[in-house]
Design a binder for this molecule. Sequence first.
Ligand code: GLU
Length: 289
Amino acid sequence: MTLLTFRFAPSPNGELHLGHAYSALLNQRMGARAGGRLLLRIEDIDTARCTPEFEAGIFRDLEWLGLDWERPVRRQSEHFAEYRAVLDRLIADELVYPAFMSRGEIRAFIAETGGRDWPRDPDGVPLYPPLDKALPAKERKRRIAENMPFAWRLDVAAAMAGATGALSFAEFTDEMMSATRTVEAMPRAWGDVIVARRDIPTSYHLAVVVDDALQGVSHVVRGHDLYPATGVQRLLQELLGLPAPRYFHHRLILGPDGRKLSKSFKDTGLAALRDAGVSPQDVKRLVGL
Ligand code: GLU
C-alpha cells in the first residue's frame, strides 16, 4: 500500500500567523493519524515578494511548533524549468493565450461596456475581457516581438471542451476523514485565469498541481479560502493528465475583528507570540487543537 502524503505549502512573503499554525498542525495531525508522510513545500514563485528571511522564519516557527517534515524541502523557485516545460505543452495545445491588457485597460474596457454587471471571480476581481483571445496569431507575434508585457491565460472554454475526465473532486467532510463528498469543480468562475507570466513561467495554480503530482501528494489539507481555487486546479490536472488528490478545506482562524488573518497582523504572528512568552501548547489551544 502506498503511504498517504500530506503537505503544508506556505509562501515566504510574510510571517506565519495563527492561521498557518492551524493549517500546519492539522496537516501534521491528520498525517500522523493516517500513518502518512508530511512534506513542507516553499511556494516562492513570486520572487519579488518572497525573501530568504521570511523563509528562515517559516523553518524557525514550524520547528518551534514541533513539526517534522521530510527533507529535502521543495522550493518552487528552483524549478522554473519544469514549470516552463508544462507551460509549453499548454501553449502547443492552444489552451493558453498571451493576454496583453493592463489592469487599467481592463477597468476602462469594462466601464465602456456597461460596467456594473461584469462578472467577477471568487476573489472579487473582474473576469478578463475576451479581446485578446481573438487576436490573430500575427498580431500576437508582433506584440511579443515588440516586448509588450503579457501573461499566459487559460482559454477556459477550450480547456473545458478538452477536459474529458470528470471535473469533480473528493472533499473530506471532517478532519477525521470519516467520509468524502463529491464536489463539482467550477473553473469557469475564474474566467481565463493567469497560468504563467512572461518572466515567471508559472502561477500559483500551475505550480501547485505540478508539484502535488510530482511529490505524490494524496491529501491536500488547506484553508477554506482556497476552496474555490480547487476548480481551476482540477481542470489543470485533467488537461495535464495528473492525478487528483483528495481535499480537506479547513475552517479559517479569524482575527478579533472576525476577519481572515493576514500577514500584516503583527499580533497574531507566531514569532511575536513566541517573543511574548506564548508556548507551542498555547498556540494549539488558541487555534482549537
Ligand atoms: N502557498 C499557498 C498559500 O500560502 C497555499 C497553497 C496550497 O495549500 O495549495 O496560501
